[in-house]
Ligand binder design. Sequence first.
Ligand SMILES: NC(=O)c1ccc[n+]([C@@H]2O[C@H](COP(=O)([O-])OP(=O)(O)OC[C@H]3O[C@@H](n4cnc5c(N)ncnc54)[C@H](OP(=O)(O)O)[C@@H]3O)[C@@H](O)[C@H]2O)c1
Length: 356
Amino acid sequence: MKNHTSDITQTALVVGANGVIGSNLIAHLSALGNWNIIGLSRRGGVSSPNISYIAVDLLSKENTLQQLGSLSAVTHIFYAAYQDKPTWAQLVEPNLTMLVNVVDAIESIAPNLQHISLMQGYKVYGAHLGPFKTPAKESDAGHMPPEFNVDQQNFLEQRQQGKNWSWSAIRPSVVGGTALGNPMNLVLLIAVYASISKELGIPLRFPGKPGAYDKLMEMTDAGLLAKATVWAATSRNCANQAFNINNGDLFRWNEMWPKIARFFDMETAPPLQMPLQTVMADKAQVWEKIQEKYGLEKHPYEQLSYWGFGDFVFSWDYDFFADGSKARRFGFHEYADTEQMFMDLFTDLRNRKIIP
Ligand SMILES: NC(=O)c1ccc[n+]([C@@H]2O[C@H](COP(=O)([O-])OP(=O)(O)OC[C@H]3O[C@@H](n4cnc5c(N)ncnc54)[C@H](OP(=O)(O)O)[C@@H]3O)[C@@H](O)[C@H]2O)c1
């Protein structure tokens, strides 16, 4: 790996480099200009002077040790890899294994390791199980396992005992970003759903549970999240702490949905609950027609639309938000306007010819 300037002393290992979260982290670290960056994922990537991509299967201990064996310069690990599985219990084993494999590989060879940042989410608060206490606070009581985020944090807390490095845990709400080929990308999912609805000449209907339309909701912009993650990883007072990171405003789909429709120049109609995983399963041909008609990039339909995630998010007929004041008390004061975030991300997808 090359040092693009001689005064760079920090090396970030971004684990999950192509993710909705990891790709924005790399963009932010790169813009800061004072980091060497190494990105890990199975797909790898095209390296540039200050970013090296390494293809590795973190589920394999052997492959991880082999591919990471020379990364002795790493000072910060930003862990944002994720393996999707059908049940909450099944998420634990692969997601814990990947984290353990990375820490095992790096800790023994990187003498200047300073920090391990762990990307979590509101599952720590049981948000995926049903109505949970809102606003959720970092100090809230735990819930019945299994839950992979909790196991990952427990592992880091134990491993850190007596070490020179520290950890932080970052807890975003649903993340808004524009990476492709990821199971949890709500903005892209809504954009594809809207484009197909428009092509079929039907209004933009909220497809979730009736009660989900008017509950309080919040999101986390991936760019804001990247800033907060680096801030927590490099601020002494954040050592061994967890932080909720959200945009700082709340919304209800009943107000946001018509604004989204307006962006796509569409009408809305009353919500109609429908499982996206079922009703969108046969729409690949419509999508191909849209791609042809508007000269879009030829990304495969199945890479743009993990409909199960939409069914999950739109089923939350309970308030879904956390208290973001701890991060502010510790010194992170940035925020994002969620409506603007949607419009900016849709515009970005349009400019990149991913949606019409
Ligand atoms: N997205 C959200 O809305 C959201 C919200 C709250 C919390 N979170 C949490 O944030 C974390 C990251 O989520 P995300 O949505 O950014 O995930 P993502 O978009 O699915 O990205 C996951 C990353 O992990 C890599 N990866 C997966 N399996 C791998 C393996 N075996 N070896 C090496 N790399 C592997 C993937 O790249 P390859 O496929 O190329 O390997 C990808 O770069 C998760 O813990 C998630 O629960 C996400």
